[in-house]
Write a protein that binds this ligand. Structure first.
Ligand SMILES: NC(=O)c1ccc[n+]([C@@H]2O[C@H](COP(=O)([O-])OP(=O)(O)OC[C@H]3O[C@@H](n4cnc5c(N)ncnc54)[C@H](O)[C@@H]3O)[C@@H](O)[C@H]2O)c1
Length: 358
């Protein structure tokens, strides 16, 4: 452990950037020293809120990289800019924590990963879910072999949202590229892949729909408020994903639907099964079917833990706490889901060869 302090900058000073700042403030050896946002007032407001000196406020991340000595950045822009900005930062010799989704395509994510290898800089995708105690317990249980061979699973974020379409930067093609699949589906895929130990995906059959987001009358009381005139992406996705080991994973996510749930996240194995949130394990014991609940999982602020792990890796010269290679593979699954939905047929998950070699 080193006693070194680290200097961090934020790129994109919107909603989530404030959570990053709040958490960095709780890491004693981190100094939040600079901010860049294309909207100057947002950058100024953010700097004022978090004590960043006025001379370190920028409207272009490249100016920030040229002017301020930084160890690391958080990239908190809309999805469409994650790849190019992260690559600029890595090439400038700065470690990167990039918000989810890692990128908007497999090829973008692949280039980010390659750049992190070439520059020997940390590239971490900001999946705080990796520190969720239930998810970690589920992974431990599955990886212990106690459930036998897992042959089927379903994965979803919150069982789908009935009316939870986010703001314009998520619904416009120029800033988001895609909708609920990139926003929430990336979690659903990563949660499942983490639990399952990252099996190799082979093919996908999927549907995406833009069913509700453009309807003015669907902005109803009790739901989130969004702009139907700026809705250019999908609000529903379902996919049937096949893996090399025979396993099938069904993904279902929605930002809006006329139903109250899409179900739960669960996995079926030959010797047992489990479901998440709350975590329950199903097995046969003593000649009976038993349901097992875990007592007293640790209480963890997963978002803070994510920032702490990234900061520690930067300070101590450790590898990325979340291997970006895993997430690149997941981005190619997302590509295949969009391709299958467009072509109305099953498609192969195309992965570059060197991505498969550990
Ligand atoms: N990990 C989480 O829990 C979590 C939660 C919410 C959002 N996110 C992710 O964080 C990202 C941002 O989401 P948000 O809700 O903060 O969005 P937001 O629209 O509130 O903020 C984005 C900010 O980036 C700025 N920006 C746009 N282009 C830029 C550029 N090229 N350079 C610098 N700044 C630029 C915008 O002006 C805006 O201030 C999204 O990719 C989203 O998926 C993650």
């Amino acid at each position: 452990m080193s006693s070194r302090r680290i200097r961090v900058g934020i790129i994109g000073a919107g909603g989530i950037a404030n959570y990053h700042a709040k958490c960095y403030m709780q890491v004693p050896y981190v100094e939040l020293v600079a901010v860049a946002d294309v909207v100057e007032e947002k950058a100024q407001k953010f700097a004022k809120a978090w004590g960043i000196p006025e001379e370190n406020v920028f409207t272009n991340h490249k100016d920030m990289l040229d002017s301020v000595e930084l160890d690391a950045v958080s990239v908190c822009t809309p999805h469409a800019f994650h790849a190019s900005i992260s690559i600029d930062c890595l090439k400038a010799g700065v470690h990167v924590l990039v918000e989810k989704p890692m990128a908007t395509s497999g090829d973008e994510a692949y280039e980010m990963w390659k750049t992190s290898l070439e520059t020997k800089k940390i590239l971490m995708v900001a999946f705080q879910t990796r520190y969720d105690p239930e998810l970690r317990a589920a992974r431990e249980i599955v990886q212990s072999g106690a459930l036998g061979k897992i042959y089927y699973g379903e994965t979803t974020c919150y069982g789908g949202r009935r009316r939870g379409i986010p703001g314009e930067s998520f619904t416009r093609k120029d800033t988001a590229r895609g909708g609920v699949l990139l926003d929430l589906g990336c979690y659903s895929i990563d949660n499942a892949m983490f639990i399952l130990g990252h099996p190799r995906p082979v093919s996908v059959s999927a549907i995406t729909a833009s069913a509700i987001g453009t309807q003015e009358e669907a902005v109803v009381k009790g739901g989130w408020i969004w702009n139907p005139r700026a809705f250019e992406v999908e609000d529903f996705v379902a996919a049937f994903i096949r893996f090399e080991n025979g396993l099938v994973l069904v993904l279902k996510d929605s930002w809006a639907m006329h139903a109250n749930t899409l179900g739960t996240t669960f996995f079926l194995g030959t010797k047992g099964g489990l479901k998440l949130w709350p975590l329950e394990v199903y097995r046969d014991e003593w000649g009976y079917m038993v349901d097992i609940k875990l007592h007293e999982l640790p209480k963890v602020n997963s978002f803070l833990r994510k920032i702490e792990e990234f900061s520690r890796a930067v300070r101590d010269g450790l590898p990325s706490p979340i291997d970006p290679r895993e997430i690149v593979i997941e981005q190619y699954i997302i590509d295949a889901i969009y391709e299958s939905a467009k072509k109305h047929k099953e498609v192969e998950v195309k992965l570059p060869q060197d991505l498969l070699q550990k």
